[in-house]
Design a protein around this ligand. Structure first.
Ligand code: F0G
Length: 488
């Protein structure tokens, strides 16, 4: 077994459980933390939408882990040898080799990011009346499927939406529900079954190999294709290795190849896996590849760059190999676990067990006095920015779309996601987040709701604007000053 394949822990003499960085920081970016009065001005300017804040006004950018991860020295070095060419770039062939070796997939279509892959896949395989069962949707995934006339059926297990749980694989599919969905719609109308690794919207939760194996058998029996979204595969691999029986001593590459052996095709956002910016679609089926191939030059760019810069392509190839290194894939989940466990122990409502991607606060419980129609997750996101300069992302009703009659569809869960860009933040910064969240929790009764001032019809969470209902923001700022004196 390679050294990098071992599950490693470093025990502290003091007995303290502290995640330890297996890298050192050699390039840094200066941050600033504005006084709370200025943070208040900024959130009003941004229409209480953290997407509309300017990064210069943010202390810890925990909006997303997309395109914000730290690259390794080897990735940065690879960018300087990139081969600029419209067609046949040597950089592209390095990436194709990485796809073959790391994912064990023969055919590759490069695209500029994950949703571009979703666009092409939906255009080719989704028809009016198609159904796509999945463990859980992602926002852009669902939008592309619905735009192509398809319907999403969520077939998560009963554990998935429980905030507090010790179930290790909340990203699993419910096999009974899957069979029922296939029976209800008819296998011929199921465009494909989509399995999302590290299920994003339910808290970065993994699925198990066993569940994947079972779903794959059902798909094969009905001649339905299985598609895997591997954007968050790093952390799903990590959790299979540490949580699933029989995988502790397996090399990460073998685990990944076994996962891929159950899928017909897959796609990824390179903004997450590989810590770069780009994406791609992979398959071992020449037929599936040929069905999509010609849309890549039409929508993305020629087949050897697909809308990506060659520098990103070089870094992506290196980043994919690094996915096989236990130190690389364990760092983010270990830091997330540190914050999740500490908040959970203090009685602050967070999704457990800790997953990948980030720490998810349950706004529904955190500010239970704010009705769901007043967007608690959005209100908590704004309140945390005001209290700390940290920007998270609303993952609740604001992130869903209205129904055909124009009514809000209340989200299954109202979450504030604090994403952990990989290898970016230090432990003292995470402790700062922990401290300000505790303060906010102790003062939660001061937080009120939000209402729309500008609401776009599609993916409204990106650029929509809201305002606070009542004067809760002023009261929150006054309490901060009272408690923290002249602290930033
Ligand atoms: N699939 C998953 C599981 C994702 O998390 C994302 C993006 C996409 C697909 C789309 O990829 O952004 O490259 O177009 N998630 C980001 C996030 C945006 O913040 O969670 P993309």
């Amino acid at each position: 077994m390679e050294k990098s394949d071992q599950v490693k822990t470093v025990k502290f003499y003091s007995g303290e459980v502290t995640p330890l960085e297996m890298h050192k920081v050699r390039v840094v970016q200066k941050l600033s933390l504005l006084p709370i009065e200025e943070r208040k001005e900024c959130i009003f300017g941004a229409g209480f939408n953290t997407f509309l804040l300017q990064n210069k006004d943010v202390y810890l950018d925990m909006l997303t882990d997309s395109g914000t991860n730290a690259m390794s020295d080897n990735q940065v070095a690879a960018m300087s040898v990139a081969d600029d060419s419209y067609a046949g770039s040597a950089s592209y062939y390095k990436l194709e080799k990485a796809i073959r070796e790391v994912f064990n997939q023969q055919y590759f279509l490069p695209v500029h990011q994950g949703r571009a892959a979703e666009h092409i896949i939906s255009k080719v395989f989704v028809r009016q009346g198609s159904v796509i069962p999945m463990n859980y949707h992602f926002t852009t995934t669902k939008a592309h499927i619905e735009m192509a006339g398809g319907v999403v059926e969520e077939i998560y297990t009963d554990e998935a939406l429980k905030i507090k749980s010790d179930f290790p694989f909340k990203g699993n599919m419910d096999i009974v529900k899957l069979n029922k969905v296939i029976e209800k719609w008819g296998a011929e109308n199921v465009a494909y079954i989509r399995f999302e690794a590290g299920t994003n919207l339910i808290g970065g939760q993994p699925f198990s190999m066993q569940n994947l194996r079972e779903v794959s058998a059902i798909a094969k029996a009905h001649k339905i294709m299985l598609l895997m979204d591997t954007s968050l595969i790093n952390e799903n691999l990590y959790f299979i290795k540490i949580r699933e029986q029989g995988y502790q001593n397996k090399p990460i590459m073998d685990i990944l190849h076994e996962m891929m052996s159950y899928t017909d095709f897959s796609y990824f956002s390179g903004r997450k896996v590989s810590c770069t910016r780009g994406g791609g679609i992979c398959t071992n089926s020449h037929d599936i590849y040929m069905k999509m191939r010609d849309l890549v030059p039409l929508f993305e760019g020629f087949l050897t760059y697909g809308g990506m810069s060659v520098r990103e392509i070089e870094a992506m190839a290196v980043g994919l190999y690094e996915t096989l290194d236990f130190d690389v894939i364990s760092h983010s989940p270990a830091f997330i676990k540190y914050l999740v466990d500490s908040l959970d122990q203090r009685g602050i409502p967070v999704i457990t067990p800790a997953g990948g991607l980030g720490c998810h606060l349950d706004a529904g419980q955190f500010i239970a006095h704010v009705p769901q129609s007043q967007y608690p997750a959005g209100a908590l996101a704004a309140a945390l920015y005001i209290a700390s300069g940290i920007r998270g992302m609303e993952r609740g009703t604001i992130s869903s779309v209205r129904d055909a009659a124009g009514n809000d569809v209340l989200a299954d869960v109202e979450l504030l996601r604090l994403a952990f860009p990989r290898r970016v933040f230090t432990l003292s910064q995470i402790k700062y987040a922990e401290d300000r969240i505790q303060w906010l929790f102790d003062n939660r009764k001061l937080i009120g709701g939000l209402e729309w001032t500008e609401e776009p019809p599609v993916l409204r969470f990106f650029v929509g604007k809201l305002k606070p209902i009542g004067d809760w923001v002023d009261r929150l700022v006054a309490k901060f000053r009272q408690d923290f004196g002249d602290s930033l």
